[in-house]
Design a protein around this ligand. Structure first.
Ligand code: SAM
Length: 151
């Protein structure tokens, strides 16, 4: 999924909303992202993520700035930086729509490129209807969206 993104990784912050035990955070750390942030609601999973990040050893790791955050993705303040947002169905439909509204507001305040990698894209229609994201690729397993107007 990450390899399909046509971006300069070192200019982007990767954010996994619903990061569990940090599996995807560690996969993302094999790419030279500027920074990696994982937002997890469940304290036990957050603690496991902290431990997994601490213990991770990979000679090919290219980003070591990994920040696990214990928070509700619905309330998390998105960094005002170019973003890759990774979503693996953390939110039910209503919360997902509210999250997209907050993302739109954040982009209005701080315009920047955002890519959304949506794994198991059950609520893809909400992204199509957002008015500020367009589909840029994917497979049956995941979809990639980007903010409109990117070249
Ligand atoms: C399908 S798992 C994906 C885990 C991880 N991203 C991965 O790729 O392996 C979804 C995760 O979202 C978390 N989650 C659910 N609702 C959330 C919320 N409101 N805020 C933050 N995390 C949430 C769950 O606890 C779970 O760890």
């Amino acid at each position: 999924m990450m390899a399909s993104l046509p971006i300069e990784f070192d200019q982007f912050t990767f954010v996994d909303l619903g990061s569990g035990k940090a599996r995807t955070l560690l996969m993302a750390s094999e790419y030279p992202f500027r920074k990696i942030v994982g937002v997890e609601l469940i304290a036990e999973l957050h603690r496991a993520a902290e431990e997994n990040i601490r213990e991770y050893r990979s000679p090919t790791q290219r980003c070591r700035q990994i920040e696990p955050v214990l928070a509700d993705a619905c309330e998390f303040e998105l960094p005002e930086e170019p973003l890759v947002l990774y979503l693996f169905n953390p939110l039910p439909e209503r919360a997902f729509s509210e999250f997209l509204q907050r993302l739109a507001k954040s982009l209005a305040g701080a315009p920047r490129p955002v890519w959304v990698v949506y794994h198991n894209p059950l609520l893809e229609g909400a992204l199509d209807a957002s008015g500020f994201l367009e589909k840029a690729g994917g497979t049956p397993q995941y979809s990639v969206y980007r903010t409109t107007g990117q070249r």
